[in-house]
Design a protein around this ligand. Sequence first.
Ligand code: MIC
Ligand code: SF4
Length: 648
Amino acid sequence: MTSVARKILSEHIMSGSASLRPGDEIGLKIDRTLTQDATGTLAYLQFEAIGLEKVRTELSVSFVDHNTLQTDFRNPDDHRYLQTVAAKYGILFSRPGNGICHQVFLERFSKPGETLIGSDSHTPTAGGAGMIAIGAGGLDVAVAMGGGAYYLKTPEIVGVKLYGRMPDYVSAKDVILEVLRRLKVDGGVDKILEYFGPGIKQLSVPERATITNMGAETGATTSVFPSDEITREFLKMQQRAHDWVEIPEANEKDFDEVITIDLSKLEPFIAKPHSPDNVVPLSELIGLKVDQVAIGSCTNSSLKDMLTVAALLKGRKIHPNTVLGVSPGSRQVLEYIAENGQLADMISAGARILESACGPCIGMGFAPPSTGVSLRTFNRNFKGRSGTADAQVYLVSPEVAVAAAIYGEITDPRKLGPPPRVEMPLKINVDDSMIIRPSNTPSSVEIIRGPNIVQLPKMVPLPDSLPAMQVLIKLGDDITTDQIMPAGAKILPLRSNLPEISMHVFEQVDPSFVSTALRAKEQGGGIILAGNNYGQGSSREHAALAPMYLGVKLVLAKSFARIHKANLVNFGILPCTIDDPTLFEKIDPGDTLEMKRIRQALKEGRTHLSLTNKAKGIKIPMTCELTEREKNIILAGGLLNYTREGGI
Ligand code: MIC
Ligand code: SF4
């Protein structure tokens, strides 16, 4: 017996040792890939730059779900670019309106036992159907589409044992909120969370997917469930029973570590502003006035979620001081609830029906009012992400969200009476007409680029020495990629335009960052100084690429989040950790630091290096922990140069 994760990983090893010793680098064969539009345009520009005629994966899908506001030509130009690229290179294209990438992928493309990487941090959603599904930077996805391996540090496998029966009104969201309460936003780094135990039998695939989706917030490499009869039923409902294979659950002794959760002890939880791990029992906040409720996102927008929400709203009206927005996760879900009456129940209760897309989750509309309290079934509540800088965003289950929408304040959902019995259909109407197949005559397809799609600059390799790097900013712990490179309605449309988007780096944290960085660029480049878990959250590679564009050469942090560290390497920025945390206090913004003969040191394989702060007369020892491959990527000036030069 082995764990589900180890079984799938060992069947996909392309390089490195099959013994899967935690910490060792492995290269995985990737069966399937996904991209979404906000990271996809860069991923495909990079795929084009690799110069292949066709993707070499079993299946690659390009989704449009993030930038669907289309306030001007820029978003629709991106969509057209993505559609033509997909047609030319053998990629399926899920049109805007077809739904949120992770929800649609789960429904139509998840396959137990296979590997998936996606240019979005919530790619682990498909782990709910027994896949090893990992979020990665767009460039890593481009390389995997070209048949290259996906490299990662072998994670530890942590078993999460679920047992006992969930009480009424406790749902999958509360399970993952409990995991976050215990592990916090960095407790999963370099780990896979594998669920097992009798409790998993109570969870349908979409409920399991809520848990694996939000496992991303612990920093975990991914999360996975076994593939059992419940998985088979889900695939059968999707008319894909042929995609099912059994992957039995592991034994307790198969894991590096085990966490146990007694489901019967859980209660409805809530994550308070401004971090998904700021979890407390809902009972602590009963009575807090709520201005806005949003139900949806890749965490809680499945058919099961929507049927539950509709059943609770049926025959009721929402509170006059609370606004309710609902975004069903996919067109399949929306069509089902439209045909079967549940949509009418939501509308009649006063819900505003939003598009099947990311929408408010990434600040694309439906922003809360000033200082407003917003209850959301989403996975992230970072400050300002909703579009309103001083909003107070809380994360909850759909049941808790409905109760707040009806009573206008945080309310125990048990007040809504006995929980509704939601009957899931055994078979669903499958219509893939919004998923466009690639062209049969790819050579005749012309790729259409609008004026906002700007080619990437040539990456410049690290110089021999860095004599005068300026500390551009000094940051605390848990800095998110939303803080480094914000999203939202104003900035998301610039995702395909590096010079323009770079002007917004760190704008919420330090409005003068860009001008400081550009000045420093002329004189020798810049350093970002940060605390623990730097770069947590999204997989957006813009959070590495844009600082690179502004001349950042090195990030010196106490520790890094997994995907962001990989993105820094991919764009030739050195990620190093400070050896002596007391020296952190002695470095100030504006200090100029020197690093001599850096290329030579890296070539010699030295990982313990140091910076010199000449003005203050101190030496700052640091560790630049890079694998052989990562070192060569940095020396080449990034993964694209490295791949072009024949590296794999
Ligand atoms: C997010 O939830 O932050 C996003 C937007 O989906 C990102 C991807 C992006 O920035 O485009 C993610 O999670 O990776
Ligand atoms: Fe979209 Fe939000 Fe999910 Fe990111 S977390 S993929 S923005 S729904």
